[in-house]
Design a protein around this ligand. Structure first.
Ligand code: GTP
Length: 438
């Protein structure tokens, strides 16, 4: 049975969990997730989860960050090794779910490890969001209101709100009155950003109540705990049902219950926020993180000049001809070669890629070791400021607004590629537009 932790002020009192998912998630991130797990994909010169981790390091009393997911153990080994060197004050570990347990199921499964050291608060971050992570402000609200939970919220247009988890709140007290995940009709344009702060003594009992409710339903298996893991696999003769029954999601199964308490609050951020779901959404995420770094006068960025329109990140091992013009919102990866007179704008160019002389790359992602020929044009369509979608309708067809070349693709000299997604290892020898090239 779960022990309610005894508060001990001498211990570090906040732990953080970053939910990284697993290989069966991130399918909308293809073709890029075919070659790298989405949380490790680099935007603005760092893996997506590095941006989450960096935000967590700014919260003074966090000493431990737990990545929870169901990727193989080896996937995060190097990342954790490097991050532990960069942030020696932090203990960073990866805990692997034996199957996808859902955003709440993973937390509950590893509750003993999370509650070790008796943390009072638990920060939970979805790995697939890009934002300024105002964790300090969330902590402040948490303390002021003596909250059980604080959620980060942001306003979106009324038309798009129902694609997200929607929060109805009291604008004066900031109390969450209702929470509905992807409601059928409009209830609010304040949406869930996937960043939470929970009182540990409340979140685990809340998950346990949700599990109890489920076990009273017929045909569903009891939820596995860390100590009855094996017995939870007792056969029902239907593995798929068994798996589904173990999935428990914060969004669908827990947050609406928390709203029934009087101590669930929302911190509304006015700063940037985007989801990183589709591969194309890495481009706006890259732009937003680069702009943030530029505002913070980060030394990682290249100084503005006649050929550098900030913000631009160039890996130190990349070779960029001085006559090439780069920016704004460009990240150039390790060992990339950019030829004379090339133009790159609003794009990510990944490791070992080459852009030959006088080529133009805009609103695109150039995959690892891909080649863009001389005078070629690889371009997408700009995503309107504030838009949360990376698709557009062209000639009656829904296409990706960002052009993506997978790993080791080739674009011939003078070839034009527009609004295409190109799977790895393809050679494009003629002009293409609005296509998925398989
Ligand atoms: P939709 O947004 O509803 O389309 O679903 P999604 O699968 O794209 O993302 P979801 O909102 O379910 O996931 C939010 C975050 O939690 C992402 O960073 C996922 O990688 C992560 N996540 C999702 N499911 C699991 C899970 O079963 N276990 C763990 N550890 N993380 C998960």
């Amino acid at each position: 049975m779960l022990q309610v932790p005894v508060r001990d002020q001498s211990q570090a009192s906040t732990k953080a969990v970053i939910l990284v998912g697993g290989p069966s998630r991130g399918t909308r991130f293809r073709p890029l997730s075919l070659d790298v797990p989405k949380p490790l994909f680099e935007v603005a010169g760092h893996p997506i989860i590095h941006h989450c981790l960096k935000a967590v390091t700014k919260v003074p009393d966090v000493r431990e960050v737990i990545l929870v997911g169901y990727y193989d153990e080896s996937v995060f080994r190097d990342f954790i090794k490097d991050a532990s060197k960069e942030y020696p004050q932090l203990r960073i570990v990866y805990l692997r779910e034996y199957t996808a347990l859902g955003t709440a199921g993973g937390l509950y499964h590893f509750r003993d490890a999370i509650l070790k050291g008796k943390p009072e608060r638990l920060l939970v971050l979805n790995a697939d969001v890009c934002c300024s992570f105002p964790l300090g402000e969330m902590m402040k609200l948490f303390e002021e209101k003596d909250a059980e939970a604080v959620i980060l919220g942001t306003r979106v247009s009324n038309e798009t709100a129902t694609n997200f988890g929607c929060i109805v709140s009291d604008s004066h007290t900031k109390r969450v009155l209702h929470y509905v995940e992807k409601p059928e009709s409009h209830i609010s344009n304040l949406i869930n950003c996937g960043v939470y702060l929970f009182a540990t003594e409340c979140i685990f009992p809340a998950i346990r109540s949700a599990i109890k409710r489920r076990t009273t339903r017929p045909r569903l298996l009891s939820y596995p705990s860390s100590d009855n893991l094996e017995s939870s696999f007792i056969a029902t003769g239907d593995d798929e049902d068994a798996e589904k029954s173990e999935v428990l999601r914060l969004e669908q199964d827990i947050l609406s219950d928390l709203a029934d308490s009087n101590r669930f609050f929302v911190h509304e951020t006015k700063d940037f926020w985007r989801q990183i779901k589709t591969a194309g959404s890495a481009v706006p995420a890259n732009a937003l993180y680069l702009q943030k770094a530029f505002q913070a006068e980060s030394s990682e960025l290249i100084a503005p000049s006649a050929t550098i329109v900030p913000p631009v990140y160039i890996h130190p091992t990349a070779s960029v001809d001085p006559t090439a013009k780069l920016g704004p919102n460009v990240s150039i990866g390790p060992r990339v070669v950019i030829g004379a007179g090339a133009r790159v704008k609003d794009s990510i160019v990944l490791e070992d890629a080459e852009i030959r002389h006088d080529a133009c790359v805009m609103h695109s992602i150039i995959g690892w070791s891909s080649r863009v020929g001389a005078w070629a044009r690889v371009e997408g369509t700009p995503i309107p400021v504030g838009s949360h979608s990376t698709s557009i309708v062209k000639q009656g067809i829904k296409v990706q607004s960002i052009t993506i070349l997978g790993k080791e693709c080739g674009v011939g000299d003078e070839v034009r590629v527009q609004n295409c997604v190109c799977l790895p290892y393809k050679e494009l020898k003629r002009d293409v537009a609005n296509e998925v090239i398989m």
